[in-house]
Design a protein around this ligand. Structure first.
Ligand code: 6GU
Length: 225
């Protein structure tokens, strides 16, 4: 999979994209991630890529021309499955959406900043819009990091034990069961007996019960779907 990310703040993406599972996936050549600094396409001494909006609202807007040049230079080189703009008014991102994106070959993630981007980019170049939740972030970079992390870990071969992505919370529409490590007793706090039983069938039953109980109690709306 290839992911191209367009941003005016590449620094904001550096840490999440260069550590942990995402770094491991890049090392294994299971994903290529290219971060494009939009500023490099700005014109003039100031490399201007943002400007005031028409209509008098305060706040800067990413201009249509640099975005047009960058996006069309990418799309002229290869076919992109999706050109995704990260925005609070996009479609809510969830596990099924992550599963879907993880199956694609090439995607562009476009991060807005300041007030957002010239709407003509959304009308003519963007094909999909994603929000990561009902709150407003200062820009799309943190959201893009979230989306990249969620999809990269699903690419086959990225996680060492492939079943571990399947046992994630939400992968079956339920919350994950509680997990424990050694020691079996700490401070008088005990690991549930069944997990020490060595009986895989009993353990699986207990985990499924726990998943269901926790989902009913903590996120009952997940069971409505
Ligand atoms: Cl994708 N972008 C911004 N700026 N804010 C958000 C968001 C995205 N998702 C939730 N809030």
């Amino acid at each position: 999979m290839r992911i191209d990310i367009i941003t005016v703040l590449p620094e904001l993406l550096a840490s999440p994209l260069n550590h942990s599972i995402v770094q491991r996936a890049k090392n294994k050549n299971l994903v290529e991630i290219f971060v494009h600094d939009l500023r490099l396409l700005g014109k003039g001494n100031y490399k201007q890529v943002d400007d005031y909006g028409f209509g008098g609202d305060a706040g800067m807007i990413l201009m249509v021309e640099p975005l047009y040049r960058l996006i069309t230079s990418l799309t002229s080189e290869r076919l992109y499955d999706k050109v995704i703009y990260l925005t609070p008014d996009g479609t809510l991102f969830d596990q099924p959406a992550a599963n879907h994106l993880s199956c694609l070959q090439n995607i562009i993630l476009l991060c807005g900043h300041y007030k957002g981007i010239d709407h003509r980019v959304r009308e003519h170049l963007v094909t999909h819009e994603i929000s990561i939740g009902n709150y407003v972030l200062s820009g799309g970079e943190l959201a893009a990091s979230v989306v990249v992390d969620a999809i990269v870990r699903l690419i086959p071969g990225v996680l060492s034990d492939e079943t571990s992505a399947l046992s994630d919370s939400f992968q079956d529409g339920l919350l994950a069961p509680p997990i424990y490590s050694r020691p079996a007793e700490f401070n008088g706090w005990k690991v549930p007996e069944v997990l020490l039983s060595g009986n895989p069938k009993l353990i699986k039953e207990w985990q499924e019960e726990q998943s269901m109980e926790r989902t009913k109690r903590l996120r009952p709306e997940l069971l409505k779907g």
